[in-house]
Every structure is written in C-alpha cells, then in structure tokens.
Design a protein around this ligand. Structure first.
Ligand code: CMP
Length: 225
C-alpha cells in the first residue's frame, strides 16, 4: 500500500524496479501511533527509516527541558541516517505526530545496498545537502528574521510536504499542537499564536485546529523574506 511512496525515496532513485522491490520487501514495516517515539536523542543507532504514511517530528531537548523541533517529515522521507554516515549517537528524538507507518533498514543492509548500487550515494548526498541548506536557512532566520517571518516560512515549508488544494487555498494538515508549532519556529507559544492570529485577521490564513489553510501565498511569501 505504501510501495509507491517509499519507492520514491532517494534510496531507490535510478534503481531497476526489481532490485528496488527486493530491498523494499526486505525492510521491516513498523506502526507508530501518534505520540510514540521510535528512538531518542543520545541513543546508539543502527537503522534508518523511510516514512510510508503519517508524520514524524525530529526534536532535541535542552538540559533545562525545553524542546526544539528540527523538522517534521512526511511520506517518502528518510531519517536515522546521520548516525551511520557520522558514527555516533542519535542526534534527535523521532516521534510520530500523526499515526505513522515506517519501513526500517539496518545500517549494514544500507552499506550492502550502496556497495551494490554506488549511484544511490549521489541521491542520498543530494537529500543531505538539501537538509543542510534548509537548516542553514533556519539558523539564519533565527538570527535575522522576526517571529512572524519565521511563522510564515514554517507554514510555507510545511505546505511543500503536507499541502492539499482546498476550495479557497492550500490546506496544510500539519497535525502539530500550538506548542509543537512554536518549537518548530523557535519562539514562545504566545508569540507564535499572535503572529497566526494576525495572519488570520489579514485574511492570509484560516486556522482549523491542527491544520491551517493558506489563503494568500504571495503575502506569506513576502512576509517570509
Ligand atoms: P540520526 O542522528 O541517526 O537520528 C536523528 C535523525 O534526525 C538524524 O539521523 C537525521 O535523519 C534527522 N535529522 C537530524 N537533524 C536534522 C535536520 N536539521 N533536519 C532534518 N532532519 C534531521
């Protein structure tokens, strides 16, 4: 059922369908209910995961207990590879924010796969470079952009993964609580809420529980710059 979306991951790019299917079949499926973690920051890690369905947040916790979200990933995306490419403990905790189905691959199997199909390494590097680009941008925004600008950017970023056309705009069912949205933006819940309320008052967005409908992409894009 998740075949197509998992087979669209960089891990399978440019590989013949038979070999891709064989690797996919060897991956262990795993169900992760909302709120459950698949691994925690600091643990040793020897496997990576491709998301077949649902959403997974990657978060880090400071010593005083505050949380920061690095990213929220969706179907076709991979995580858990860093502790393979740079051996060391998990760099973040991975938790389902919506019921998820994951496909697990051990690092040993990944190494075998890369030895058989070295061209896959290029696609994995592309995915890592994209992630680094995004992280650099988020870091610069933390220093240079104000909270409403960061909220606008976070909404646009979430829309590239989870946006679905609606009658009057693009509906982004992010499944994040207000607290989690604030952790993603790197600001307090109150300030993020204020920015969202302001966007709604201007008619740029409409809030719907754990979703938001983007009504004026142009204005949001300009606000995110
Ligand atoms: P690993 O360190 O094994 O476990 C945590 C995972 O979170 C990590 O591998 C990456 O797959 C993922 N991750 C870490 N940092 C980021 C980031 N900045 N953006 C997206 N994903 C990340």
């Amino acid at each position: 059922m998740d075949d197509d979306v998992v087979l669209s991951a960089p891990l399978f790019a440019a590989i013949d369908p038979e070999a891709s299917q064989a690797l996919f079949t060897s991956m262990k499926p795993l169900r992760l209910p909302r709120g459950r973690a698949v691994f925690h920051e600091g643990e040793p890690g020897d496997r990576l995961y491709v998301i077949g369905a649902g959403k997974v947040k990657l978060g880090r916790r400071s010593t005083d207990g505050r949380e920061n979200l690095l990213s929220v990933l969706g179907p076709g995306e991979m995580f858990g590879e860093l502790s393979l490419f740079d051996p060391g403990p998990r760099t973040a905790t991975a938790t389902a924010v919506a019921d998820a189905r994951l496909y697990e691959l051990s690092h040993a199997e990944l190494i075998d796969w890369l030895e058989r199909y070295p061209a896959v390494a290029k696609h994995l590097l592309e995915a890592l470079a994209r992630r680094l680009r995004r992280t650099n941008e988020a870091l610069a925004d933390l220093v240079f952009a104000d909270v409403p600008g960061r909220v606008a950017k976070a909404l646009l970023d979430l829309s590239t993964r989870f946006g679905e056309p609606a009658d009057d705009g693009l509906r982004v069912a992010h499944d994040l609580t207000q607290e989690e949205l604030a952790q993603l933006v790197g600001a307090s819940r109150e300030t993020v809420n204020k920015a969202l309320a302001d966007f709604a008052a201007r008619g740029w967005v409409r809030r719907e529980g754990r979703a938001v409908v983007l009504l004026d992409m142009d204005r949001l894009e300009r606000r995110a710059r």
